[in-house]
Ligand binder design. Structure first.
Ligand code: ADP
Ligand code: MG
Length: 344
């Protein structure tokens, strides 16, 4: 199959909201009246962001989902995407047509859900590498920038934190989860749900926002840096799923059979430390962290109810530049690393 057959077969779908889509030297796009474009790129590299044998359908989903998450964090409505893909040769154990079929199905299933149109890209041979540029739109005044957090604002997060890191810890052999436990957290790692509707609902309410891709502390840290403020977080307030809590909280009674968890000989980290690490520094959850004035607290609770998505206040913005996390007895928690950094 030629490169152009491949593009036609797997990556060309109708693009009614583009003036010109796949097939020319560039796509032509028109933003809605008065809107500006929000543009962002996120790349997934085999061996770094996923294992070479990752399920191609889920990989197609995740490749687009991590980009939609950036639109959510900006408060933008996603509209179009381009996809640059490097495919290993077939006999190198890489992508064949069955792989492309599933990858593109996963990608377009999510694209359709958010009415995002694939308007172009690039296709080459090389180590498996997936890069999406996403284009959204919004009124410039509505953008949820990192720089707007104000002293006294409440700090919020959506959903719950740490499940993706828990699934990853299991896959890397740091802990052993029972079947049901792994099934409960694995989708958070492999099939993240971008919080697009939340981002749009936060327009005019949130003073700053970011998506959590590198861990809460690392990503909140970007807000603090851009806004020139500090934060105080209460660990006990952080939203944690039932599976994460039961897995990593030392049980008062021994758990039976299939249930959890941390083999004593695998104890790089104890239960409590691993819980803290997953929740504070675990990446890949793709929830939103945002700040808003206290006066909007009730509005945010009604948004949570309307979207059927938990929103939780975890602390407040304070003067200074530091982020302090208190444990249940009010003492600061000390952590070794604050999140994933490819260059550290
Ligand atoms: P050029 O040589 O001008 O860069 P290409 O031959 O790379 O153009 O691509 C031909 C057309 O196919 C372009 O419109 C490009 O945007 C599109 N395209 C290439 N790869 C992909 C892909 N993986 N997904 C969607 N569109 C693609
Ligand atoms: Mg090209």
């Amino acid at each position: 199959m030629s490169e152009f057959d491949l593009i036609r077969r797997y990556f060309t779908r109708a693009t009614p909201s583009a003036l010109l889509g796949v097939g020319d030297d560039a796509a032509l796009l028109q933003a809605s009246d008065g809107n500006v474009l929000a543009v962002s790129t996120d790349m997934l590299v085999s061996g770094t962001h996923f294992l070479p044998d990752a399920d191609p359908f889920l990989l197609g989903h995740k490749t687009l989902a991590v980009n939609l998450s950036d639109m959510a964090a900006m408060g933008a409505t996603p509209r179009w995407a381009t996809l640059a893909i490097a495919l290993p040769p077939k006999d190198g154990g890489g992508a064949d047509e069955a792989w492309l079929e599933k990858f593109s199905a996963g990608f377009f299933a999510l694209a359709q859900q958010y009415r995002v149109e694939l308007v172009g890209g690039d296709t080459t041979r090389g180590p498996l590498n997936l890069s999406v540029t996403i284009i959204g739109e919004l009124l410039a005044s509505q953008a949820l920038r990192r720089s707007g957090a104000q002293i006294g604002d409440e700090i919020w997060v959506s959903g719950c934190l740490g499940d993706a890191a828990l699934a990853l810890a299991h896959l890397q052999g740091d802990i052993v989860l029972g079947k049901a436990e792994f099934a409960a957290c694995a989708p958070r790692l492999h099939q993240p749900q971008p919080r697009v509707a939340l981002g749009i609902a936060l327009r005019g309410i949130a003073t700053s926002a970011i998506d959590i891709s590198d861990g809460l502390l690392a990503d909140l840290g970007h807000i603090l840096e851009a806004s020139l403020v500090g934060a105080e977080i209460e660990f006990a307030l952080l939203p944690v799923s039932a599976v994460l809590r039961t897995c990593l909280t030392p049980p008062s009674l021994p758990l039976s059979g299939e249930e959890s968890c941390i083999p004593p000989d695998k104890g790089r980290l104890g239960g409590v430390e691993l819980l803290q690490q997953c929740v504070l520094s675990g990446g890949d959850d793709y929830e939103l962290c945002f700040t808003a004035p206290r006066s909007r607290h009730a509005d945010l609770l009604s948004i949570a109810a309307k979207l059927d998505l938990p929103l939780t206040t975890i602390g407040k913005i304070v003067a200074g530049r530091e982020c302090i996390v208190h444990d249940a007895s009010g003492h600061p928690i000390k952590l070794e690393s604050s999140g994933y950094d490819h260059f550290r």
